[in-house]
Ligand binder design. Structure first.
Ligand code: M6R
Length: 615
């Protein structure tokens, strides 16, 4: 997936597009490019590398002039990341410039047809094929750009968010989306185009989110004209009033977005509670659940579908839903579920979890569940995202923008939403007593303060990071509610520091991974007092006797483990069901510090991107 930005108006397009690309770099950062029309000609500047490299190149090449421009930051799908494969791509005649986020699956067949008609291709990309297909339609039947885009897209199979302009008509940009997000910022006689609203939030609070299968012709001096790609139906666009602020998407003095987002968790969780959890009244209000309560109460089971960190949040939810609301839960990797002919029925409820709300595999799992009659509930962070629109109902996590590629506050706020749902359903079903319900709510309310306390271990975690940073491998162990936290801790370490890390249920260690343990192997063990504590302490002894290095997460005041482990990190005491909200915090900080010590790019780890809108 990639980030796309466009501008048309009175400002210098270069400044708007470049700054926008920097904000969208989380979506892809292996190459970047920009196309500008300077009043005489179309100028392209593109390069392998980051947006900062693009800026250096554009300054050197003197490509910065123009009031209309489009830009792209890429995460390669077709063709290796190099200058030629970078976007924008230009049609054979040199008239059209395009940026594209997505994949045109039938590009090879289209390419052959175009080659037979004399077109030549310079890159390995599907996008260059698309722009030439648009040109072919435009030239052969004398269509305007908008119509040519529409006809071409009706021949294309795949996913896209595109922006294309014609140097002969430099007062309009044509955009379209299917499966990849695209927002249009509506300013005062100026328009912005972007994969999300962050590139234009400082200029306008009015945005149109294109729906899947829609395209728009954006021309100065009139309202954007939006229509359905397949049947030409005109759409009256809804203009959203944006609530995010510029400050929310900047680093606010932190060295990295990831660190900022780790520290934002107490506030983010309070935002997740806001208006929902009224602990003093003993009430949880969630409109998405209230309006469909019967669906949940009559469900044969809940199927949770997600990817990556969101899948780990789903695993935590499995424990709490089964524990408190006594509803059977299955947690599925969306990428597996969508292709394995699963048994789904109208009495199933799917909960799809996604920070971005754009993950292609999760979208496909939702589609499959809906086709089979299941009710689908979304837990998303990004407001107005595709998943939040595709689902039957849902609850936002309200974590605020998460820019660091490694997910942090999205995870804890997902667990918070899912815990509130489990408690609400438990109360409605009578599987939890009123008094326990009140106790849970009161404890839940204390979680933000307890996270603040867990964050105070930061200086000590720096020492632990120093102790672990040169390891080549590591094991993360946990039981019960903390098994998913072990998985998440391991994922955080490997994705930003590139140290191999495995998460395992602590008791499974003796069935294989114990063979890995020697004096070189750090083992991070989550050994909080609630939940199989004695058994985990036995596991720690087993590691100790094989000379493994032990880093243990313990409940405040624990002396037993302190006497065995090389390092202990304390977290405040809480109910077993809420321990993941606390034990996750030191593991995030540990990964962060190790990656910084190793000089890695924490916010933009190699090969990754923030939202995975391709399979
Ligand atoms: O936006 P989503 O929550 O659907 O994204 C799912 C995964 O791609 C994401 O959690 C990924 O694993 C993160 N890099 C983890 O830090």
């Amino acid at each position: 997936m990639c980030g796309i930005v466009g501008y048309i108006g009175q400002k210098d397009a270069y400044d708007v597009v470049l700054k926008g690309l920097q904000r969208l770099e989380y979506r892809g950062y292996d190459s970047a490019g920009i196309a500008l029309y300077d009043g005489n000609q179309l100028n392209i500047c593109k390069t392998k590398g980051k947006v900062s490299d693009l800026n250096t190149k554009c300054i050197a090449d003197n490509v910065r002039k123009g009031k209309i421009g489009i830009g792209h930051t890429r995460w390669a799908t077709h063709g290796e990341p190099n200058d030629v494969n970078s976007h924008p791509h230009v049609s054979n005649s040199g008239r059209l410039a395009i940026i594209h986020n997505g994949i045109i699956e039938n590009y090879d067949a289209i390419k052959k047809v175009l080659e037979n008609r004399g077109y030549t291709f310079h890159s390995d990309t599907d996008t260059e094929v698309l722009v030439n297909l648009i040109e072919e339609v435009m030239m052969s039947d004398d269509h305007k750009l908008g119509k040519a885009v529409q006809i071409a897209l009706n021949q294309a199979v795949g996913a896209y968010a595109i922006a294309v302009f014609d140097r002969e008509k430099p007062n309009e940009i044509v955009v379209a989306r299917l499966g990849s997000p695209l927002a249009i910022g509506v300013g005062d006689n100026e328009f912005f185009i972007a994969s999300d609203a962050s590139p234009f939030i400082e200029y306008t609070k009015s945005a149109i989110y294109l729906e899947d299968g829609e395209m728009g012709v954006i021309r100065l001096g009139r309202e954007p004209r939006i229509r359905k790609i397949h049947n030409d139906k005109l759409i009256d666009p809804y203009i959203h009033e944006l609530k995010i602020s510029l400050d929310q998407i900047e680093k606010s003095g932190y060295e990295h977005f990831m660190l900022k987002e780790i520290y934002e968790q107490p506030e983010a969780i309070k935002d997740t509670f806001r208006g929902r959890m009224l602990a003093d009244k003993g009430v949880i209000r969630m409109a998405g659940v209230d309006d469909h309560l019967e669906k949940f109460l009559n469900a044969d089971r809940i199927i949770i579908a997600a990817c990556g960190t969101s899948w780990h949040a789903g695993l935590v939810a499995e424990y709490i839903f089964e524990d408190i609301s006594r509803i059977p839960v299955e947690v599925e990797y969306a990428s597996e579920f969508r292709y394995r002919n699963p048994v789904i029925g109208p009495n199933d409820v799917m909960i799809a979890i996604s920070q971005s709300g754009e993950t292609a595999d999760t979208m496909a799992a939702i589609k499959l569940a809906k086709e089979n009659g299941a009710f689908v509930f979304g837990v998303c962070n990004v407001v107005g995202s595709s998943i939040s629109r595709e689902t039957d109902a849902g609850a936002y996590t309200h974590a605020g923008p998460e820019i660091g590629v490694a997910s942090t506050k999205a995870f804890t706020t997902q667990i918070t939403v899912l815990s509130l749902m489990a408690l609400k359903l438990g109360k409605a079903k009578g599987t939890i007593s009123n008094s326990d319900f009140h106790l849970y709510l009161n404890e839940m309310e204390s979680i933000p303060d307890k996270i603040e306390k867990a964050l105070q271990e930061n200086d000590h975690i720096l020492n632990v990071a120093e102790f672990m940073k040169n390891s080549k491998n590591s094991l993360y162990l946990g039981r019960g509610y903390n098994f998913p936290v072990a998985l998440e801790g391991a994922l955080k370490l490997k994705e930003i520091s590139y140290i191999h890390a495995e998460g395992y249920p602590a008791a499974e260690m003796k069935h294989g991974p114990i063979a890995l343990i020697d004096e070189e192997m750090p083992v991070v063990v989550i050994a909080t007092r609630k939940g199989h504590y004695e058994k985990v302490v036995s596991n720690i002894q087993e590691i100790k006797s094989r000379k493994g290095k032990i880093i243990a997460l313990v409940t405040e005041g624990d002396d037993t483990v302190k006497n065995i482990a090389d390092h202990v990190i304390e977290v405040p005491e809480t109910f077993e069901a809420f321990t993941p909200l606390l034990t996750t915090i030191p593991l995030q900080l540990l990964s962060y510090h190790i990656a910084v010590m190793l000089g890695k790019n924490v916010d933009q780890p190699r090969n990754l991107a923030k939202s995975v809108t391709v399979e």
